[in-house]
Ligand binder design. Structure first.
Ligand code: PLP
Length: 410
């Protein structure tokens, strides 16, 4: 029998944990069914609520019209993204900040989720992965699927080096005390909203250089940084060009969660090694992977993303992000007044709150007593137990209502 039937990738069977957001959706749906009159306010999942900036929308419309005319119609574009967009990215997101990144090091894609998930594919399956706890779940699950872990035991996968975020270290984990190969970092952080300074980030870059490791730096929330001292890119750190890949996204920067556009930077000086000891350029490997499995982001979407860099686009996206940061400030203040400690929400859209009870209990209380949805920290890893995440993505008036209700409920 064994040889005659189609078999699955058994690593998928290790994906033990029920997916966080589906469990939340289930509990919210059950509550709504028994309380149909209750308006539920969602401060849970990190999805934007406001319309695309006008500059992006106008560019989008114009490009759609171009597609309707044989003279300006475009078919397949470059898999790596159109040069008009990659040049703007290199110049405005990196060179303007003193980071030495060129357009041929940029790969435009349809999402940072896909990129962070796909990147692991160019590395050996037996490398050691270091992942923060708590963490954006996709980093972990994609490595499980690839077979880099053992089974899920007591809330953790065997074989992963977990880097623990705690209240005491401000949820910036300490450097691993063992040899690791691929290190996932995300700043400003999801779920904790915490940030990292240049000196601290330098210790990670130095660690990666000393250990011939690589950092996958997820900067999906870079646009929320308001503190001038904080780095926006890992390439602002000396030496990072040799040891870091950076992922960015227009999802939260410009309201593109439903429009889909992101990019990954793979510098030409990043290397990894084959078993015979020879080194290989990751830019070439990723280019091979990207052009083989991906056929590019649609032309109108890339034009809409390009518009982010126009003067109007810059002003509008800044205002958009400020809108969410005002929500974050309100959440921080109101939660603080109720006697709860929190971090985040100043340079990122997430507020990470010490729940004073277990995560899911706090979640249930908030849902039942206030009709407000947050995200239980335990869903992001063992170290998230005892915390909840509030997302600042909603309409200001709804956040006001939510906080008033929470004030009465807690
Ligand atoms: N990376 C982090 C840390 C995120 O929180 C998210 C979305 O919530 C993503 C990546 C996904 O971004 P995208 O919409 O570009 O796929």
């Amino acid at each position: 029998m064994g040889g005659v039937m189609i078999r699955i990738n058994e690593n998928y069977l290790k994906l033990e944990a029920s997916y966080l957001f589906s469990e939340i959706a289930k509990r919210v749906a059950a509550f709504q069914e028994s309380h149909p009159e209750q308006e539920i306010i969602k401060l849970g999942i990190g999805d934007v609520t406001r319309a695309l900036p006008k500059a992006c929308l106008d560019a989008f419309h114009t490009a759609v019209d171009e597609m309707g005319d044989d003279a300006s119609f475009r078919g397949y574009g470059p898999e790596q993204g159109y040069l008009f967009l990659r040049q703007k990215i290199a110049e405005k997101d990196f060179q303007a900040r003193g980071a030495d990144i060129g357009e041929d090091e940029i790969f435009v894609s349809d999402g940072a989720k896909c990129d962070t998930g796909n990147l692991q594919e160019i590395f050996a399956t037996d490398i050691t992965i270091a992942i923060p706890d708590p963490v954006y779940p996709a980093y972990l699950d994609t490595n499980v699927m690839a077979g880099r872990t053992g089974l899920f035991n007591d809330g953790r996968y065997d074989g992963i080096v977990y880097m623990e975020g705690k209240w005491e270290n401000g949820f910036v984990p300490a450097l691993p005390d063992q040899k690791v190969d691929l290190i996932y970092l995300c700043f400003p952080n999801n779920p904790t909203g915490t940030t990292i300074g240049k000196d601290q980030l330098k210790t990670w870059v130095d660690f990666a250089r000393d250990n011939r490791a690589l950092i996958l730096f997820d900067a999906a929330y870079e646009a929320f940084i308001r503190d001038d001292q904080l780095p926006h890119s890992i390439y602002e750190i000396e030496g990072a060009r040799e040891v870091a890949i950076e992922c960015r996204s227009y999802s939260k920067t410009a309201g593109f969660t439903g429009t889909r556009c992101a990019y990954t930077v793979v510098p030409k000086s990043c290397r990894a090694w084959s078993v015979d000891g020879s080194s290989h350029l990751l830019n070439q490997l990723w280019n091979r992977r990207h052009t083989t499995k991906f056929n590019g982001v649609s032309y109108p979407v890339q034009r809409a993303a390009e518009a982010v860099y126009s003067p109007e686009g810059q002003a509008q996206t800044h205002a958009l992000v400020n809108y969410y940061l005002r929500n974050a400030e309100l959440i921080r203040n109101e939660i603080g007044k109720l006697g709860y400690e929190c971090i985040g929400g100043e340079n990122g859209p997430y507020i990470w709150v010490k729940a004073k009870t277990d995560s899911w209990r706090f979640f249930d209380t908030l849902l039942k007593k206030a009709g407000v949805v947050c995200t239980p920290g335990a869903g992001f890893g063992r170290c998230g137990e005892g915390y909840v995440r509030f997302s600042a993505f909603n309409h200001f008036e709804k956040v006001q209502t939510a906080m008033a209700r929470i004030g009465e409920a807690l």
